[in-house]
Design a protein around this ligand. Structure first.
Ligand code: C2E
Ligand code: MG
Ligand code: MG
Length: 696
């Protein structure tokens, strides 16, 4: 467009002053360099600091820094050939500051002479913003590149950016081979083999960074697969909405979970399933047999005179003997049967889907014969060992796990009393109804115990791993029966749960604890955090929270001193009543601790869904420490897990100096166990506290 203005008219030049951007008009001498300014507007004077009069003695070259002069000349040429040009340039102000401008310059005629009208837009603000953006982008890029997890940005499912960790995780030779590729080629939903839109539901999760653990597999460049956790969010990228995903390698975590699962369900000496796994499988088998009307058999066995051998030859020999016996047992059972070690020299076998009784008796006689067939050769000893086996049948003898085990056990004793090295099937004449330990008798006695004060609490201190000072106590229930003596909680708590008596017992415990805290306050003792064990059964009681609140309120104590120890089973069952109670107790200010952590289930994903303050690592993990590196790395993983979830980690059953040193070294917060203190009567606990305080 040719521009020709009848300039020179004063009114036009006035209009220039209304513009906010600097405007310059300068003469052009033929096709030569730019000549003097003919006119400039007020904005030009204000921005560059020269008066209009000063401008009229200057040329554009006077305002251009020397290194930009040749560029200015090139632009001048362009104006002369094209009539107009837009370009970025720099002017120097009167104070010597260089200001970046975008010029829109065009050729005009004024009074028949050539001139250039140039409108300049100050670019400093935009340049600065661009510069800042570049810097912050560079910063984020460094951060993203340093992250150990894969970070990728996707547009319509195609990879637009991926960091180095992502390249390494996928195993691509270079990042370039990943850009533009569909993410579906590499990240697959755990359930879905085809690559079709695996991230669709990730996208639907919106703009929150959403954890979606366990669901995905990463298919690497070489075709191998890896378990990954994927998080996703929506971001703006390059001016468009895009999807940001973070992919984390879960192989190590899965491995640790697997190992912990193995430790929780298998006996480390014989590698056979342990009591827990046996109980679970038997429970399932009973349910199936119930609904399908099938049969099953339970075999219970132990080695005759094992205790004598063990005491005489030492536990190392005893352990090796059990290991060999476990192998021989395993060799005798049918493929669908489950052989387990319950503990000590007690083994069990579950034969599900039984066609006829002979299958069980054949198996039992094979076991008896195999154990006695040849001596066990251990550390140079030749040990002649026999075994006795008892058998019970579902549904004929018993219909519950407890009954089946008890009757098989009874039958085994009969086999032993017949001289051992044989098997016996259970027969109801074997049951001696009035043994002192029979359920009915015990239930009656436990009822009485509550009234007669045979139940009392002992307190086992927890010490700080750092200072060794007592920082809390766990209450443990004791029953001292008038004729049977001390009965351990492991025997009477399950009974109390079965009979519903646990309600009254639980209330008794909480009332005692509150009364104790009250007494300490009254005699001016500093209060101590006190842990109280609550079993799963207690949580099924919808009154639990109200009862606890009432007792705590009546005693007038601060709920923060009370911590409840619950087991993982509670969280896994995830019943609504139990969960509400848990949250309500936590809201009241009480703390929640996971007891026997690691023995319950193999998935940790539930942990951060509940209000948990403390993890108590089960004693089996502590006592396994001596057995080597694997046990150590599991314990370390558990410590790290607790720490990373911001929970306090307490170790239970600490018995040796080596265990203390290891736990201290790896940041376990509190230690509990016989190495420090056994469970103490309250007066002994107080004496310990006084002794500790005198020492400072
Ligand atoms: P828990 O809560 O895991 O308690 C720890 C058990 O380990 C206690 O056994 C304690 O005496 C024992 N222990 C502590 N330090 C060591 C050690 O260094 N080595 C070894 N080998 N053992 C140690 P206890 O008192 O027989 O209690 C057994 C279980 O009975 C408790 O396990 C808990 O689940 C339950 N229990 C105890 N009191 C109560 C109660 O008041 N209410 C409920 N619901 N359950 C209770
Ligand atoms: Mg406990
Ligand atoms: Mg425990």
């Amino acid at each position: 467009m040719e521009v020709s203005l009848s300039l020179g008219s004063e009114s036009f030049l006035k209009w220039l002053d209304y513009a906010n951007d600097p405007i310059f008009i300068f003469a052009v001498a033929g096709d030569g360099p730019p000549g003097n300014y003919i006119n400039v507007n007020t904005a030009a004077s204000e921005v560059l600091g020269y008066t209009k009069e000063e401008f009229l003695t200057m040329k554009p070259a006077d305002l251009t820094p020397p290194h930009r002069l040749s560029h200015l000349m090139r632009m001048m040429q362009k104006i002369l050939t094209d009539g107009q040009v837009t370009f970025e340039g720099v002017y120097t102000t009167v104070d010597g500051v260089e200001i970046p401008f975008e010029y829109n310059a065009r050729f005009i005629e004024i009074g028949g002479r050539g001139a250039v009208l140039s409108i300049a837009r100050d670019m400093s603000a935009r340049k600065k913003a661009e510069e800042e953006l570049r810097e912050s982008e560079a910063r984020y890029r460094v951060l993203v590149e340093l992250l150990p997890d894969m970070v990728a940005v996707l547009h319509d499912g195609l990879i637009e950016f991926v960091n180095q960790a992502g390249q390494a995780l996928i195993g691509a030779p270079d990042v370039g081979q990943l850009l533009g590729q569909p993410i579906a080629r590499f990240v697959r939903s755990g359930h879905q083999e085809s690559g079709a839109s695996p991230l669709r539901h990730l996208r639907q999760m919106g703009d929150k960074l959403t954890p979606n653990a366990n669901e995905y597999a990463l298919v690497r460049f070489d075709g191998t697969r890896m378990d990954v956790e994927v998080q996703s969010t929506v971001i703006m990228y390059g001016g468009k909405s895009a999807q940001l995903i973070i992919v984390r390698d879960m192989t190590e975590r899965k491995r640790v979970q697997h190992v912990i699962h193995h430790m929780a369900y298998y006996d480390h000496l014989t590698e056979l399933p342990n009591r827990r796994l046996f109980h679970e499988r038997l429970e399932q088998a009973v349910q199936i047999a119930h609904s399908a009307g099938g049969k099953l058999a339970v075999l219970f066995l132990d080695l005759d005179r094992f205790k004598i051998l063990n005491d005489a030859l030492g536990h190392d020999v005893g352990d090796l003997l059990l290991k060999d016996a476990g192998q021989r047992l395993q060799a005798c059972v049918p493929p669908e049967a489950l052989a387990a070690r319950l503990g000590g020299d007690e083994f069990t076998v579950l034969i599900p889907h039984l066609e006829n009784r002979e299958e069980a008796t054949d198996c039992a006689s094979r076991i008896v014969a195999e154990i006695a067939s040849r001596p066990f050769v251990i550390n140079g000893y030749e040990l002649f060992v026999t075994t006795s086996v008892g058998i019970s049948y579902f549904a004929q003898d018993g219909q519950t796990v407890a009954d089946l085990l008890r009757y098989a056990d009874t039958a085994m004793y009969r086999a032993k009393s017949q001289g051992g090295n044989r098997f016996e099937c259970y027969h109801d004449t074997m049951l001696i109804e009035d043994t002192p330990l029979s359920h009915i008798y015990m239930e009656h006695e436990l009822h009485k115990a509550l009234d007669t004060g045979e139940l009392h609490l002992v307190y086992q201190p927890k010490v700080s791993a750092r200072t060794g000072r007592i920082v809390g106590v766990e209450t443990l229930l004791r029953w001292t029966h008038s004729t049977m003596g001390t009965i351990p909680p492991s025997e009477f708590i399950p009974l109390a749960e079965q009979t519903g008596l646990i309600r009254s017992i639980g209330q008794f415990v909480i009332r005692e604890v509150c009364a104790q805290l009250r007494r300490w306050e009254e005699i001016g003792r500093a209060p101590l955090p006190v842990s109280v064990n609550l079993s799963v059964r207690q949580f099924q009681d919808s009154d639990l929270v109200d009862t606890v609140a009432g007792i705590v309120h009546d005693a007038g104590i601060d709920p923060r001193w009370i911590e409840f120890e619950i087991t993982e089973t509670l969280l896994m069952e995830n019943t609504e009543v139990a969960m509400e109670s848990l949250h309500a107790l936590h809201r009241m200010g009480m703390r929640i601790s996971i007891d026997d952590f690691g023995t319950g289930f193999s998935s940790f994903s539930y942990l951060n869904q509940f209000p948990i303050d403390t993890l108590k690592i089960d004693q089996s993990f502590i006592s396994n420490l001596k057995s080597g590196r694997r046990a150590k790395s599991i314990l370390l993983a558990m410590l790290r897990l607790g720490q990373s979830l911001g929970m306090k980690v307490v170790a239970e059953g600490v018995e040796t100096f080596e265990q203390v040193a290891f736990l201290q070294r790896h940041g376990c917060a509190e230690l509990q166990g016989y190495y420090f203190h056994r469970p103490l009567k309250v007066e002994h606990l107080e004496a310990e506290l006084d002794r500790m305080n005198e020492m400072v």
